[in-house]
Design a protein around this ligand. Sequence first.
Ligand SMILES: C[S@@+](CC[C@H](N)C(=O)[O-])C[C@H]1O[C@@H](n2cnc3c(N)ncnc32)[C@H](O)[C@@H]1O
Length: 206
Amino acid sequence: MPLQDAILRLSPLAKWLLPRPVLRFLLLHVVGVNRQYERLRAVPSRLCLEREILPWVAARFSRILFVGTASYTYHYEKLFRRGQYTTIDLHPSTAVWGVHDHIVAPIQDINRHRPKGFFDCVVLNGVFGFGVDRADDMRVVLKELHDALQPDGFLVVGWNTEQHDDPEAIGLYEPFFVRNQQAPWTERRRFASETHVYDFYRKRPD
Ligand SMILES: C[S@@+](CC[C@H](N)C(=O)[O-])C[C@H]1O[C@@H](n2cnc3c(N)ncnc32)[C@H](O)[C@@H]1O
């Protein structure tokens, strides 16, 4: 069996026992898991996230939650101080791409894993439309994120306009969040020839 297949077929226990840097190295450099994401990693919306949004939040916020981890997001942790950045994903298989205290749970359960008001920023990119797809489920996520954030907490939502209704247009943010008024993130960020957009909100006062 080729080494690539052997690594992918390792039992969850074996993967859990391997030190994270070793497993990451094998997946990245032996299996080559990121080859399939080369185009995704170069699109303007992804570059905006990596080069503009995340550095901006890293410079301003102390406790940032990043929702949804993948082989093409593991390096985002380098933008943050230790303890500044927390990751969460419901699939155990993606934990290898999270930080050392990564949370394996649905984002709907975040307030069981950290005290309410723990975070001052949440980045929710590629989760609406990629697991949280129905308006009712999005509403639950927004309520939990509202509770997870400090007063005036900052929320970034990245989503694809062709995948579902605009959550803002159907009023899902209304009880929980208001549009951010602080430059430079006062408007929806759009990209020519892409349907991915970013929206920026502040926690609505209780
Ligand atoms: C398209 S990927 C997006 C990854 C990353 N956030 C990004 O910026 O590209 C979607 C990820 O969100 C995770 N996800 C989907 N629904 C979730 C939920 N309810 N709670 C936590 N993670 C979820 C999936 O397991 C998957 O890893």
